[in-house]
Every structure is written in C-alpha cells, then in structure tokens.
Design a binder for this molecule. Structure first.
Ligand SMILES: C[S@@+](CC[C@H](N)C(=O)[O-])C[C@H]1O[C@@H](n2cnc3c(N)ncnc32)[C@H](O)[C@@H]1O
Length: 380
C-alpha cells in the first residue's frame, strides 16, 4: 500500500487568483450563450473545481519524497512552480488553451504513479466537479437526486464530448453562433452587388447595418440608377461613397418603425455586438441608433467579416422579432463596411460613431446616449 502523502490543498493555494477567476466565472448577465441558459443555484465555480482537483492530487513538497529532505527554500520554490501551473489554470477561455490542461494532467500523473484516480461527485448538481475532472483527464462520474441535475451532467459528460469537433448539422449555422468555431478563409477584395469590400484578418473595419424599413429598397435602387452603379465598381469609386452618404443621411432622419428605440431591442443588439468581443473580433466602438447600428471592429484570423456580420444580424433578427411579436425582414439584406486606413481615419470614424446620436438630435452630448461605447462606459 502506498503511503498517503500530504497534498497541496492541505498546505497552501494561490487564493487571490482562484478567487478572481471564480468571481468572473459566476458573473451574471452572460447573455445569449449556452452557459447562461440554466444556472444551478449552488454551482461551484469551474476554476474552483479545477484548482481543488489539481491540489487534491498533487503532493505538497514538504511531504514529497523528492523534496521533503531538502531545505525550506527549495520546497517553497517547488511549491511556487506548482502555483505557476495553478495560476495558468485560472486563465480565461481555457477551452482555447488545451496546453494548460495538458500541463496540469502531466503534473498530476507524476504524483499518482502514472494513473489518475477516478473522480465521483455523488451530489453533482450543476456538475462543475465532474466536468472539470473530465477536462483534466480523470475518469469522471456524477450522481444526483434531482433529475434536472442528472440531465445537465449527462449533457456535459456524455453528449457534448460525443459531438466534440463535429461541424453543426445545419450549414447555415456553421460559424454563426452558439460558440461554433468554423475557421474560414477571408475573402480579400470582393463586391456583394453594389459596394466593394476588403476583408483581411487584423484590419479595423467600420460596419453599418440598418433596419429593413430605414431606407426603402426602391429609393436605393433609384439612387443606384442615378449614379449608374451596376455592382462591379472598383473599391475607390466615388459613386460608392456618394451612395453611402445618401443612405446615411436618409436613415439619420429616423425613417421607418425605428424598433431600436425600444430599450429591450437595443439591448439585444448591443449584447450581440459584445458577445464575441475578444473571441472572434475586437469591438472598438459602437452605437445602436433608432434605425441602424454602427460597429468598429478589428477582425481576427478565421472569422471573416461577412460571417461576423451575418451572425449578428441573423441572431438579433430572430430575437428582436420574437420580442416584438412580428415576422419578416428585420435588417436590410446588405451592410456597409469600410476598412480603416490610418490613425487619422480611425479617430474620425470613432468620433463619427460617438457623435451620431448628437447629430441626429437624440441627445446633447455623445456620452448621454446609452447605446454606445461612451454611454455604456458612463453607465447610463
Ligand atoms: C450544493 S449542490 C451540488 C454542487 C456541486 N457539487 C458543484 O460542485 O457544483 C447539492 C446537490 O446535492 C443534491 N442532493 C441532495 N440530497 C441528495 C441525496 N440524498 N442524494 C443525491 N443527491 C442529493 C441536490 O439535488 C443538489 O444538486
């Protein structure tokens, strides 16, 4: 029989990092994400479960045969090394960092003679312990009296792993939302009919999309006819800029039903913009106007601009139509994008976005408009 050794959890833990990561994990208001669907009321935060599992298996250097006869300083240094692994385990979006789990797994194996023990949580509830155990490479088991808890654990431990790395069945939904990562090539220069676009990862893009009724299609058709636009124009054709300006001016007059005036609807749209910030793009500035939306993003490799905008529009159209109890087109089919050429251009676009509600006579100062990066920061 092997001698029981004192474990790290019995001696010391990097509590500030575990606390911070756990507070972030339990943060409310996550928005439209599977994690936000059902919260088990007494769920252990995932980082806590992760830390506890690791520190329960790993032997503290003070009782580890390799270190126990060495000096206190050397034991402290070794404990600090173990803390380093634990701290990396407290990082955000760990599903994007399998190397962190692999490092923890390898370390734990050293302390268990190459065989991790199985983990059983007989009161598993929301399943934090068995879920993290499975991610760390343990054989994980869960049980609970409550059938809802049993279903949650069945999904996390059996169903999700079975379908891991399979693309979604509905091709329309590939890469759109619900966390699916469909990496696709960017389209570089292209034209979607009447405005040219440049799509390249790492570019900062200013995007505008509008409610279906903000500028009637026949008005746009009339302008296209007047400007002799056929769809194959070069990116820098001044007639494209002229068309854009006419559309901007027209929709700033607040035409149409202006559903985005409704705070509940504006919030759905703002949350959608914020949802994949840092994951599929970096959101730099935004403004939800009564009948259109501006967003300034830096694109990221694997997430072409068209997919990002399609994801925002299709998700919010369904949600907003549901809240408004209506059907039919919510957004205009197309959107405008302009890539940012330099710092001066960037400053001008940020200023334009922030100032749009003032220019449209909706408020006196940019920060007074709740549905923009400035208003959100001002906490209005
Ligand atoms: C605090 S929650 C569990 C939290 C979970 N261990 C975690 O880490 O997130 C306690 C769970 O115990 C379950 N429970 C209570 N009495 C039980 C019993 N006699 N047998 C099995 N489960 C029970 C409850 O349904 C509840 O889901």
């Amino acid at each position: 029989m092997t001698t029981p050794r004192k474990k790290l959890i019995e001696v010391a833990l990097p509590l500030p990092e575990i606390n911070d990561a756990s507070a972030y994990d339990k943060m409310p208001g996550i928005g439209p994400h599977p994690k936000g669907i059902h919260h088990w009321w007494a769920r252990l935060p995932l980082p806590t479960a992760r830390a506890v599992l690791f520190a329960t298996v790993v032997t503290d250097p003070s009782d580890d045969p390799a270190w126990k006869d060495k000096g206190e300083q050397e034991q402290d240094a070794e404990r600090e090394r173990l803390f380093g692994i634990l701290r990396r385990m407290m990082g955000k979006k760990l599903h994007e960092h399998p190397e962190v789990y692999a490092e923890a797994h390898a370390e734990m194996l050293k302390h268990c003679g190459g065989n991790l023990p199985p983990v059983l949580d007989p009161f598993a509830g929301g399943g934090s312990i068995p879920l993290e155990a499975a991610r760390l490479g343990f054989e994980a088991h869960a049980a609970d009296l409550n059938p809802v808890a049993v279903l949650l654990n069945k999904c996390n431990l059996e169903i999700a792993p079975r379908w891991a790395n399979h693309p979604p069945v509905n091709p329309e939904d590939r890469g759109n939302y619900l966390g699916t990562r469909a990496s696709r090539p960017h389209r570089e220069w292209n034209s979607r009919g009447y405005l040219p676009h440049f799509d390249h990862p790492g570019l900062v893009q200013s995007i505008t999309f509008r409610l279906a009724d903000s500028v009637p299609a026949d008005v746009i058709e009339k302008w296209r006819f007047e400007l002799k636009l056929t769809g194959g124009e070069a990116a820098n054709d001044p007639r494209c800029a002229e068309l854009r300006e006419r559309i901007e001016k027209y929709s700033d007059e607040g035409k149409g039903a202006c559903w985005l005036r409704n705070p509940e609807i504006a919030e759905i749209v703002e949350n959608a913009l914020l949802h994949f910030d840092g994951e599929r793009y970096r959101l730099l500035a935004w403004c939800v106007m009564p009948n259109h939306v501006h967003a300034l993003i830096e694109t990221m490799d694997g997430f072409p601009l068209g997919d990002v905008v399609h994801s925002w529009k299709s998700f919010t159209a369904k949600e907003c139509n549901r809240v408004l109890k209506r059907q039919g087109e919510f957004w205009m089919p197309d959107y405008f994008d302009r890539y940012i050429r330099d710092k001066r251009h960037l400053d001008a676009v940020v200023e334009y976005i922030a100032n749009n509600p003032v220019k449209a006579g909706l408020c006196g100062k940019p920060e007074e408009w709740r549905w923009s990066h400035l208003g959100a920061r001002a906490g209005r």
